[in-house]
Design a protein around this ligand. Structure first.
Ligand code: ADP
Ligand code: MG
Length: 256
């Protein structure tokens, strides 16, 4: 693919859960190296949107491309076919995801948690996976904690391990779904700092968060969602400080 191919290209995507119309025609492009921050009230469809990018949810209509590759579907003579689970798992390897709840394996050390996917999915040997894990733990500032178990780590440190775990698969794209929402306030900063460094290193990121300061400082593009649609998008200073839509203004008046 050429340098101008967007990392994420979402075209006319709809998502239904039964009768419930959750995504109502989403169009969104995220360029390579860009940080796209998604904001919006609870229930607006933010999690569903990024879960669709990662194929954790199947879209109901539209097209979704990651780096030019149609996700979850194959088009033959104009007819769309669902990819096999194996093919979808392969596509998913390129996309790292970090959730609100970090879900580390409690019986494994930080290093072992980070080694797990490279070992199981990519079939790396123990020594190679350990080296990769140590590199990723260094990246999130946790070299000293590699041999600690999750119970011996703070929530912020556990979330940083979860970020290292996602990075260990060497993804082209990282998705974050409210990565700091479950943390005590004093632990939020260390996680946001790691994400800011990751952005500075050139990683393409889609971040759902309520941290408006992060959106302002790190976001290249801010997207405001409400009720399954993108109400407004643009540079942070435009969307956050000079919204054009009343719905956007009302939201930021409440959270700021
Ligand atoms: P947000 O992340 O913005 O809070 P979500 O994407 O989680 O919003 O949810 C959007 C809507 O979709 C909500 O009404 C939610 O209840 C509904 N929803 C989300 N996941 C499911 C699901 N698996 N089954 C049924 N409804 C769902
Ligand atoms: Mg959500």
């Amino acid at each position: 693919m050429t340098a101008t191919t967007p990392m994420v290209d979402i075209q006319g995507v709809h998502k239904f859960f039964g009768e419930l119309h959750v995504l109502k025609g989403i169009d969104l492009q995220v360029q390579k190296g860009e940080v796209c921050v998604v904001l919006g009230p609870s229930g607006s469809g933010k999690s569903t949107l990024i879960r669709c990018i990662n194929e954790l949810e199947q879209i109901s209509a539209g097209r979704l491309y990651v780096d030019g590759e149609l996700m979850g579907l194959r088009e033959v003579d104009g007819v769309l076919h669902r990819l096999s689970d194996k093919q979808i798992a392969k596509q998913r390897e390129r996309v790292g995801m970090v959730f609100q709840r970090f879900n580390l394996f409690p019986h494994m050390t930080a290093r072992e948690n980070v080694m797990e996917a490279p070992r199981q999915v990519r079939g790396l040997g123990r020594a190679e996976a350990a080296q990769l894990a140590d590199e990723q733990l260094a990246r999130v500032g946790l070299s000293e904690r590699a041999d600690h178990y999750p119970s011996q780590l703070s929530g912020g440190q556990q979330q940083r391990v979860a970020i290292a775990r996602a990075l260990a698969m060497q993804p082209d794209l990282m998705l974050f779904d409210e990565p700091t929402s479950a943390l005590d306030p004093e632990l939020v900063g260390e996680v946001l700092a790691v994400m800011q460094e990751l952005a500075a290193s050139g990683m393409t990121m889609v971040v759902v968060t309520h941290e408006v300061g992060f959106a302002r400082e790190v976001g290249d593009q801010v997207v405001f969602m409400d009720d399954g649609v993108i109400v407004e998008r643009g540079a942070p200073r435009d969307v956050i400080d000079h919204p054009r839509q009343q719905r956007t203004a009302d939201f930021f008046n409440k959270v700021l």
